[in-house]
Design a protein around this ligand. Structure first.
Ligand code: ATP
Ligand code: MG
Length: 553
């Protein structure tokens, strides 16, 4: 199903846009944008914003731009930009045009000169600390800077000298002249330009002054003709500044800022600063570690683009902050894979089983359905032989009550094959079980055994035909639902979030499994071929999700 065919649910932003269209506001145009800062990889929270912006444009035959908000050169990089583009495309969206805030540096500068000329901005030499002190608090009005009424000509000359690199960092800033007594602290003469003598990944050393976010964002939106500028709730208090800048500059277009609640996901952190710390301090193996809530991490874990879009649609768009359980995200991929992933057999912790009465030379191969409900996706060949592996857990020497799998002297059915009976347990010198000797009943292939009931069905692989594999099991990265609430979020890391099983065996049909292909390993979970470490010598699988929800315990 393409994006546009999916059923959509109403939300307050869709209502606003429908009302605007009914009034023919913006000449019936809808133009949105997704404006990431390239200082990290995208995460599932960004996916919510991406889905919202791109889908709203798509639904209304409008446009959605990708705009890199690249005004903090120290923290940003081309590598992050490339990763961001790749993730958006992988999610299935195409931007109408790609821009960078840095494309507008000259226009932003010219607009700043215009603000100085109209008496709406001034150059200040207060230190950052003084500016903070003068700003006042929520209960106390701020104090005006002694430079607030600096003559326009003087500010113009100083701003030009700032641009020409004549001052040190921090020596001067350009501030908007608004209202030091405003109840909204953002309106107390915010800084709009600062001196940063750093190289920019795109503009090189052309600039040594850089515009601040609030000033840059609204003008960039206006220059691109954005009609609806959608952002998260913490920018609600910045909206008066957004509007003030555009009103003062009389820009030809004045976008409407609309805020929605950001996604907060349990057992995850989403701030890029924190995600960056997890990566640089090696708490995880890179931005695309399958435990990361990044798009790249989820992709590597086996999430599909459709499952992420489905999740974003399901959680909805509101103005109220709320927490989403990890189980909701996992259900989206579980439902997707349950429907689409072919079934395979893999033994995670192998126990060798020798079927003593089976003919060594028999070459039996079964055709087993790829999907129980989907005959149209065909079958695959599964060879059987005298020596097979089953899961260690599918045998119990001292079985608990109601144990339906293999026990000494008991019978179990091998999935798609015969009923076997355990005749003897073989142990090593330390008493560990190393092998089972079994017999099989030749009369049970595709048939019920005569005169008795065998309830258990277990998966297996043939020793000679199966392939070695490494299987990585992931658990939640944090032990507590809100790691941000800890005095230090790293204290909440789950030390057991990754378990590597190195001696697994998977069925022969997986020999050519392409990277990122996804499967249900019967009775075990959903798995995906790792995109970085898997090779034909050693297959590596990541567990995407368990078969059932294990979070609500
Ligand atoms: P961080 O503080 O972690 O760097 P950010 O919000 O500053 O995050 P940006 O790259 O500036 O990250 O975000 C790009 C867009 O994605 C913004 O429009 C922002 O509102 C949106 N966004 C970021 N995080 C979330 C979230 N958790 N839920 C919904 N939207 C989000
Ligand atoms: Mg940001």
């Amino acid at each position: 199903m393409s994006n546009s065919e999916k059923p959509v649910s109403a939300n307050f932003i869709r209502h606003i846009i429908a009302a605007d269209l009914a009034e023919n506001k913006n000449n019936g145009q809808v133009t949105t944008r997704f404006p990431p800062e390239p200082n990290g990889f995208l995460h599932i929270g960004h996916a919510k914003s991406i889905c919202l912006n791109f889908t709203l444009a798509e639904e209304n035959q409008g446009a959605c731009n990708l705009r890199f908000d690249d005004t903090n050169p120290e923290k940003e990089s081309v590598e992050f930009m490339e990763a961001i583009e790749k993730d958006i495309q992988w999610l299935g969206f195409e931007w109408t045009a790609k821009y960078h805030a840095s494309d507008y540096f000259q226009q932003l500068y010219d607009y700043a000169v215009q603000l100085i000329k109209s008496g709406d901005a001034y150059v200040d030499d207060l230190s950052a600390e003084q500016i903070r002190e003068y700003r006042g608090t929520l209960t106390d009005a701020g104090k005006e800077s002694p430079n607030r009424n600096r003559p326009i000509e003087e500010s113009l000359a100083l701003f030009e000298a700032m641009r020409n690199g004549e001052f040190e960092e921090g020596q001067y800033v350009l501030r908007a002249k608004i209202d030091m007594a405003s109840p909204n602290i953002n309106m107390r003469d915010p800084t709009i330009y600062r001196i940063r003598k750093v190289h920019h990944q795109r503009t090189g050393d052309q600039w040594c002054i850089y515009p601040m976010y609030d000033y840059t964002h609204c003008i960039s939106d206006a220059l691109e003709g954005i009609t609806h500028s959608i952002c998260t709730l913490e920018f609600e208090d910045h909206r008066p500044l957004y509007d003030w800048v555009l009103d003062k500059l009389q820009t030809p277009c004045h976008p409407q800022q609309i805020e929605f609640a950001r996604l907060q996901l349990e057992y995850a952190v989403m701030s890029k600063r924190k995600l960056n710390q997890l990566v640089t301090e090696n708490h995880v193996n890179g931005w695309d570690d399958p435990r990361m809530p990044t798009i790249a991490g989820m992709r590597r874990a086996g999430y599909t683009p459709g499952s992420i879009r489905d999740f974003c649609e399901r959680i909805g768009v509101t103005k109220k902050d709320s927490w989403i359980e990890m189980g909701v995200l996992e259900n989206s991929i579980r439902e997707d894979l349950n429907e689409h992933a072919p079934r395979r057999m893999a033994v995670l912790k192998p126990l060798r089983v020798v079927i003593e009465n089976y003919d060594n030379t028999a070459e039996e191969v079964y055709q087993i359905a790829n999907h129980p409900q989907k005959p149209e996706i065909g079958t695959r060949a599964v060879p059987f032989s005298k020596v097979i592996y089953i899961e260690q857990d599918d045998f119990a020497e001292n079985p608990p009550k109601k144990f339906k799998r293999l026990v000494e002297g008991g019978e179990v059915r091998l999935r798609g094959s015969y009923v076997i009976k355990c005749e003897q347990i073989i142990k090593d010198a330390d008493g560990n079980i190393t092998e089972l000797r079994c017999s099989y009943d030749p009369d049970t292939l595709g048939k019920k055994p005569e005169g008795r009931k065998v309830k258990g069905v277990i998966h297996w692989v043939s020793e000679t035909h199966s392939l070695p594999a490494e299987i990585r099991l992931y658990d939640r990265l944090f032990r507590t639902p809100n790691p941000d609430a800890e005095s230090h979020f790293l204290d909440a890391l789950n030390p057991d979030s990754l378990q590597i099983l190195e001696n697994c065996r998977v069925e022969a049909s997986l020999a050519d499994a392409p990277i990122e292909s996804r499967y249900q390993f019967e009775r075990t979970g959903y798995f995906c071929v790792d995109s970085k470490d898997s090779s034909s010598e050693k297959l590596v699988f990541n567990r995407t999700v368990t078969l059932r929800d294990t979070w609500t315990q």
